[in-house]
Design a binder for this molecule. Structure first.
Ligand code: SF4
Length: 386
């Protein structure tokens, strides 16, 4: 769930733990919310409605449908959200049944981890407690980057916050903590389990000192993959140095070694998106009257559109003798586009037997990628399956 204004928010913990001064630096930049964030908020509302309906007494069917219909009427809604939130609900159901007796369940609950990070709090999507175990479950709607549950600082802060919040009720009776991420559009369900002892150790020995640095605006700037979600990412010097260091590679021997190539690829991976962010930032600054050395803002290429809209224009064009066939083009949809339009379930029912899944071409990925290394020999003897 998106954080509501905790300075050291759990959802940005990966960034401020790795780069503590980024927390204060980001304060000087506007908070830019993307359309994806709006879609994520809507999907969370649908997920919450379904979960509340299941755990806290069923709403009359008519009322449930009305509320769901209202949410589905939002402009950010797309059909895949229904199946995705069903997957979340199914998972909650399964996890709750794994407890020896029905657990305590809290949905969309504020948890307080201010004993670890000053003024730290977050909103956990689902918490279950019982039989000596705490389970924290987070729904993620995003399709871009698959988020791992293992050692995930957001989840760990939620879990520490939940332990702290419910300490008066459960005390030391909780020994194990399970953290699940349900991300239907990227990687499905990820689970990680650890002990309360280990979690507390991480909190006090690693997270708390770094949170204090972040709170005080101290510590070293450190660029890495966490910069992607940093508001300062375009203008940040540490990030620029990371990329510009490519130019200072040593000149001998004449040919790069494989180890150097690996190192350059790792650092260059996000170079293109960094340059794009820099361009957007410089354009914004130039339009605000700042001088960006060697660059200026000009009017881009214009576009044309029908004055009274497409329908009215086409009617007149046909009347003027333009053949209808020239006005419309028909293109086949891709398998993926049809699946998105129909939703996974309807697609499986009506089209699954028509789809041939071919193995993908070999592609180079960082070693951290979860997929096994390409093995042409093994592939030759493996039947193609979905
Ligand atoms: S862009 Fe990266 S290095 Fe710079 S402040 Fe943000 S997180 Fe730190």
């Amino acid at each position: 769930m998106p954080e509501h204004h905790a300075f050291l928010g759990a959802s940005s913990a990966h960034r401020w733990l790795n780069c503590p001064p980024s927390a204060r630096t980001c304060q000087n930049f506007p908070d830019t919310k993307s359309e994806y964030a709006a879609a994520g908020t809507l999907a969370h509302s649908i997920a919450e409605l379904k979960a509340r309906n299941y755990f806290f007494g069923k709403l009359p069917l008519k009322e449930f449908k009305r509320r769901l219909k209202d949410l589905k009427a939002q402009p950010e809604y797309d059909k895949s959200m229904n199946a995705a939130t069903d997957m979340y609900l199914d998972h909650l159901r399964e996890v709750s049944l794994e407890f020896q007796s029905p657990p305590f369940v809290a949905l969309e609950t504020k948890v307080n981890y201010s004993h670890i990070a000053p003024a730290g709090f977050g909103t956990a999507d689902c918490i279950m407690v019982g039989s000596g175990r705490l389970c924290v479950i987070d729904y993620k709607n995003g399709a871009g980057v698959a988020v791992d549950a293992e050692n995930n600082p957001q989840m760990m802060l939620y879990a520490l916050g939940a332990l702290h919040t419910y300490d008066a009720v459960y005390g030391d009776s909780i020994e194990q903590v399970r953290m699940d991420i349900v991300q239907p559009n990227a990687g499905g369900i990820k689970t990680w389990e650890t002990s309360v002892t280990e979690l507390n150790r991480w909190g006090t020995e690693y997270a708390a000192p770094r949170a204090l640095l972040a709170w005080e605006g101290k510590g070293e700037y450190a660029a890495g993959e966490w910069c992607r979600f940093c508001a300062a990412k375009a203008q940040c010097r540490a990030r620029a140095e990371q990329y510009l260091a490519l130019e200072q590679e040593k000149k001998e021997p004449a040919l790069l070694t494989f180890s150097e190539i690996g190192d350059i690829l790792s650092r260059a991976q996000s170079l293109a998106s960094w340059v794009k962010q820099l361009e957007e930032f410089a354009l914004h600054m130039a339009l605000e009257g700042n001088s960006i050395s060697g660059w200026k803002a000009v009017e881009g290429r214009g576009s044309r559109e029908w004055i009274d809209g497409t329908d009215a224009a086409f009617e007149k064009l046909v009347a003027r003798g333009v053949p209808n066939a020239l006005l419309w083009e028909q293109k086949p949809v891709t398998v993926a586009a049809l699946e998105k339009a129909l939703g996974k379930k309807a697609f499986a029912e009506s089209a699954k037997d028509l789809v041939l899944t071919k193995p993908g071409k070999p592609t180079l990925v960082p070693e951290s990628d979860k997929r096994p290394a390409y093995n042409p020999a093994a592939l030759a003897f493996t039947p193609v399956e979905e």
